[in-house]
Design a protein around this ligand. Structure first.
Ligand SMILES: [Zn+2]
Length: 409
């Protein structure tokens, strides 16, 4: 098919979806009005059922739910705890096609059932509600982009996987095996995470690491034997200070997001757990900061005569700009021009499943979802008028990658 015809089809797709924007908005609301906080497994599953229902109109060959592994957290005494999560949803069509794309997103949100932000309201084209942007609006966009394939004279040659995992907001720890298996059987990944606040598409993303420093000291009565005590909280505080100083390397940031420990005020505390999230730009930074943290922990432990165990729980590798990524970004820029929703690629410190998929070798762009903002806060909003253009941008990415595949085959 000529590019002119294809461009006309994209513009037509965007226009047609614009005419059904109320129906599309209703689909987003239907998903967002179900609480699917990451640890609310039954809510996540209910949201997955609704997504599976919405996908039926694409006449897929397969709709299934899949168990994923547990999420690992650390309790207040520094012990690992495993929590079972909801299920992933997988919808697929033409699984035997030589060229296959994977549209990926997540069912979970950061809003637990007891969070005050639960309902969705609409003002004009803007929806306000939990998960409307991150990433339930994107799930609806993904379905529309895939639906478009069957209206074209080329799309019936494209196989697809549509995957929504239950645990992205807590690091997709349990879904990593599933994501890696999809990366190995598809040629293009399209993630429906929300657009960046500028409306742009994420290019390079930082890697993310979580480390818990479990500090153990010696308890002692504050009045009678203070000198016999070894304060775990003091060790955690000193380590925290020194680790945040380690931000010195450009592109690397360290944040202590939680610190737990202690008890009665007249006892030298013998346990403290300091939990850190670290962002890195490159694999070299990743190795560097791990060495730094290990050395700092050893020196603080030595200096204050305590023990410090480091528990590295989850890691997302950095997603660097590659030639393959530049090609996909160029496709997105061209599509944005055709449907008058201009976008460019923009680097970000956030990380998502796109990081893991890229590390598994799957070329992908991962923030092709809805325009919006305020994500992870009770100000979250999404612009439903962007569903038509974003769906068209995704459809264009599929078309261009398929054309390249066809020419190289
Ligand atoms: Zn998200």
């Amino acid at each position: 098919m000529s590019q002119t015809n294809h461009s006309a089809q994209l513009a037509e797709l965007s226009k047609r979806l614009h005419g059904s924007v109320d129906e599309l908005a209703a689909n987003v609301v239907a998903l967002a009005e179900i609480n699917s906080g990451s640890f609310n497994a039954s809510g996540v599953n209910q949201c997955g059922e609704r997504l599976a229902e919405l996908s039926q109109s694409l006449q897929p060959d397969l709709v299934e739910t899949l168990d994923v592994g547990p999420t690992i957290t650390l309790d207040e005494v520094g012990q690992r705890r495993e929590t079972n999560m909801g299920q992933a949803v997988r919808v697929a069509k033409r699984v035997d096609a030589p060229f296959r794309v994977c549209v990926f997103g997540h069912l979970d949100t950061v809003f637990a059932p007891d969070h005050p932000f639960q309902s969705v309201t609409r003002k004009g084209d803007v929806l306000y509600g939990p998960g409307v942007a991150d990433c339930k609006g994107g799930l609806v966009i993904g379905l529309e982009a895939l639906r478009h394939l069957d209206t074209t004279d080329w799309g019936h040659q494209v196989g697809w996987e549509f995957i929504a995992v239950p645990d992205e907001e807590v690091g997709s720890h349990g879904s990593k095996t599933l994501l890696a298996s999809i990366a190995s059987t598809t040629q293009l990944g399209l993630g429906v995470e929300p657009a960046l606040p500028t409306g742009n598409i994420a290019a390079a993303r930082k890697g993310s690491l979580t480390v818990h420093a479990v500090c153990r000291g010696v308890p002692a009565h504050v009045g009678r034997a203070h000198e016999d005590g070894r304060s775990a909280i003091r060790a955690a505080a000193r380590l925290l200070d020194q680790m945040e100083e380690a931000n010195a390397r450009a592109g690397t940031t360290v944040n202590c997001g939680a610190i737990r420990g202690g008890g009665p005020l007249n006892v030298v505390p013998d346990l403290a757990v300091a939990s850190f999230n670290i962002r890195v730009q490159t694999d070299a930074d990743h190795r560097w900061i791990r060495e730094q943290v290990a050395a700092l922990a050893a020196s603080v432990a030595d200096e204050l005569d305590v023990s410090i165990d480091l528990d590295w729980i989850a890691a997302r590798p950095p997603k660097e700009r590659t030639a393959a990524m530049e090609t996909l970004l160029q496709d997105a820029v061209s599509a944005g021009q055709i449907v008058e929703d201009p976008v460019i690629g923009q680097d970000t410190g956030g990380s998502c499943d796109g990081n893991d998929l890229a590390a598994s070798g799957l070329w992908n762009l991962d923030s092709l979802g809805i325009r919006g903002g305020g994500i992870h806060s009770k100000a979250e909003f999404a612009d439903v008028a962007s569903i038509p253009t974003r769906s068209a941008i995704m459809a264009h990415l599929i078309h261009q990658a398929f054309e390249r595949h066809r020419l190289n085959a």
